[in-house]
Design a protein around this ligand. Structure first.
Ligand SMILES: NC(=O)c1ccc[n+]([C@@H]2O[C@H](COP(=O)([O-])OP(=O)(O)OC[C@H]3O[C@@H](n4cnc5c(N)ncnc54)[C@H](OP(=O)(O)O)[C@@H]3O)[C@@H](O)[C@H]2O)c1
Length: 301
């Protein structure tokens, strides 16, 4: 099968399309014919070697774990899914290939494209995990710093669905979009606390930082206590008393299904900024790394 691979850490030019044997689904997992692959910042950070040689531990690497496609083989003991079902989920052992083995999945709603579905797994799981850690609930006011990125968009919509009032930061060009998701937009950068207070006269209960660009101290000034701030991208945040969360895939099964159900009700969307063929994966990685994608960058197979 055709697969994306790299044999050394480095710039996007290390990515190449190669021929590999098809994986078989072990017990408890399913295999899909991959139709689309979602790109996350984690993927190009690993490719650049930013996590050293521990993540992943061995080269060569087939990158990407967010995929959507059609089930073509079911491992022993798996129930509730059959060959021919359209699903999206998180792959083990590399998703950017014609076949991938999934460890978490949910049914793809009929009206959702494979590209949209492939953009969901990691950002939805992360957003759900962060909102759980913050204890976001009805009646609270939440600030999402970095609300126009993949995790931010998912967090805004999951929080709105929980009944929270959401203030989201983004550059000006994304403000109308954030309004369409049900959030009140403000611009990030110096002076953020004043701009948030101006739209939240009743105060802010909790804050989520997805951007990791030095806003945690500002967010702490807005919340009742530092621990009411969670960052997914600034791992120095605990020094200020805020909390961080790292990919433990807490309630992945439930959160993917929750997003699919909200999509089917017209209450969840994840824009695909651009789709690339597998052979242009390097350009797709570079676009994601540019840091200003609205929603997702996707590879189509
Ligand atoms: N800890 C975990 O478990 C976990 C899980 C998933 C992701 N992450 C990390 O979380 C971060 C976000 O992931 P993502 O998938 O959401 O990334 P993404 O989709 O690439 O985020 C892009 C967004 O960031 C916004 N942005 C850029 N500069 C900003 C700033 N200074 N302040 C606020 N927003 C800014 C942009 O908005 P504008 O275009 O409007 O500027 C853009 O919409 C990444 O570093 C990723 O590695 C961590």
């Amino acid at each position: 099968m055709k697969a994306l691979q790299y044999s050394e850490y480095g710039p996007s030019s290390v990515l190449e399309v190669v021929d590999l044997p098809e994986p078989q689904p072990p017990a408890g997992k399913v295999r899909i014919v991959v139709r689309a692959v979602g790109i996350n910042p984690f993927d190009w950070k690993v490719r650049k070697g930013l996590f050293g040689d521990t993540t992943p531990s061995r080269l060569p690497v087939v990158p990407h774990s967010d995929v959507a496609g059609v089930v073509d083989a079911v491992g022993e003991g798996v129930t509730g899914v059959a060959v021919g079902d359209e699903v999206f989920g998180i792959a083990v052992g590399g998703g950017a290939a014609e076949r991938a083995v999934l460890r978490f999945w949910a049914a793809k709603p009929a009206g959702m494209s494979f590209a949209e579905a492939a953009g969901l797994p990691n950002v939805v799981e992360t957003a759900g995990r962060a909102l759980d850690l913050l204890g976001v609930e009805k009646g609270q006011t939440l600030v999402v710093n970095g609300a126009a990125g993949g995790v931010g968009i998912a967090a805004v919509q999951l929080a709105v669905a929980r009944g929270a009032a959401v203030i989201g930061t983004a550059s000006e060009r994304n403000h109308e979009f954030l309004r369409s998701l049900g959030a009140t937009p403000v611009t990030y950068g110096p002076g953020l606390p004043d701009r948030v207070r101006a739209v939240a006269p009743g105060g802010v209960d909790v804050a989520l930082d997805t951007a990791g660009r030095g806003a945690v101290a500002d967010l702490i000034t807005l919340t009742p206590a530092p621990a009411a701030v969670v960052s997914i991208a600034d791992f120095d945040a605990p020094r200020l008393g805020a909390r961080v969360t790292d990919g433990s895939e807490g309630r992945a099964w439930q959160t993917l299904a929750e997003a699919a159900a909200l999509f089917a009700e017209g209450r969840f969307t994840m824009p695909v900024e651009r789709t690339f063929p597998l052979a242009e994966a390097a350009a797709a990685h570079d676009l994601s790394e540019s840091g200003h994608v609205r929603g997702k960058v996707v590879l189509a197979l």
